[in-house]
Design a protein around this ligand. Sequence first.
Ligand SMILES: [Mg+2]
Length: 405
Amino acid sequence: MKISAIKVFVCNPGRNFVTVKVITDEGIYGIGDATLNGREMAVVTCLEEHIIPCLIGRDPHAIEDIWQYLYRGVYWRKGPVNMAAIAAIDMALWDIKGKAANLPVYQLLGGKSRTGVTLYAHASGSSIEDTLDKAEALQQQGFKAIRLQSAIPGLNVTYGVLGDKKDYFELQGNRPLPPEETWSTQKYFSMIEDLFKRGRQRLGNHIHLLHDVHSRLTPIEAARLGKLLEPYHLLFLEDAAIAENQASYEVIRQHTTVPLAIGETYNSIWECKDLIENQLIDYIRTAATHAGGITALRRITDFASIHNVKTAPHGAPDLSPVCFAAHMHINIWAPNFGIQEFVGFGNDKLNDVFSHNFSVSNGMATMTDAPGLGVDFDEEAAAKYPYKRSYLPVSRLEDGTAWHW
Ligand SMILES: [Mg+2]
């Protein structure tokens, strides 16, 4: 079998998605997700100009060699653009291998370690009351883990809380430039404990609660938050502070027993190596699309397992169902799987473009035994939803200082 062509598609059925289709001379094709929000077209150019010409005529079964060729074989390693491009090719090759073997990808990884994948859903409200109303509705649907986020009184917009805006296009006033948000640690601290205190009172002690700080705190502030939230026994506190300097998590760890999770923006095992090796985190949140595909995520998963770190893959709405499928196969296999973030696939336009074989019931995701990844991409449907330049918001402190997003 040889790779005969590779096509790249960009579409916007609600969000921008970059999708790769690797086609073989035997008629089998594979699908991969290469979406890098706010830099989508950079990945398209990387693929079309620099990567695809090197792959035509190669054996698609040589997944590891192709991964190493694209990673080690270039002078400029890593980086989000390059790793998203490698990731999409890698996912598509695993899809091809599964289809050729007539087996789902999880069987190629080692088979099932569990019957279903536990999900955590998002409850994000314009007030604590609104957040808890949404959380209660999710609890009634059967979700056993819920992330609580609430708007912060005194701030114009809060991360993850769109209020009456339906998406980030609306938030940016339909201008294709980044919207801006204001951050105040002081105002955040005046709200956050109440959210979890009232959350536990209303939702009970059996449900897992989670929270995403989105890197807005310094390490010592994150340590303070961890201590403050200990009585509400969170499953984990996500992105409590930036860990570009991985040693900074030692500060948080010294002060609190709240479980810590990080990694959704990481592009390789090297960005989480010290955090995992020194057991400074409890959950690693790397995504197949951004950390180099199934091959790379499998390696991170195994490395994490020997340091008692569980996996909790990123599951934001800018990761396509192809990435979610890749996570499903890894999650079903991984002995140290923790939990999968899930925001739903209810959008009709999205379902018009992508078809998949997983279903959600009682807060758990399961899938059929379709060979490969079990997803497909409709090129004609995608053509109906053209790319729109789009950004996530930029965050500033109240005095105008640019801050972490
Ligand atoms: Mg997050």
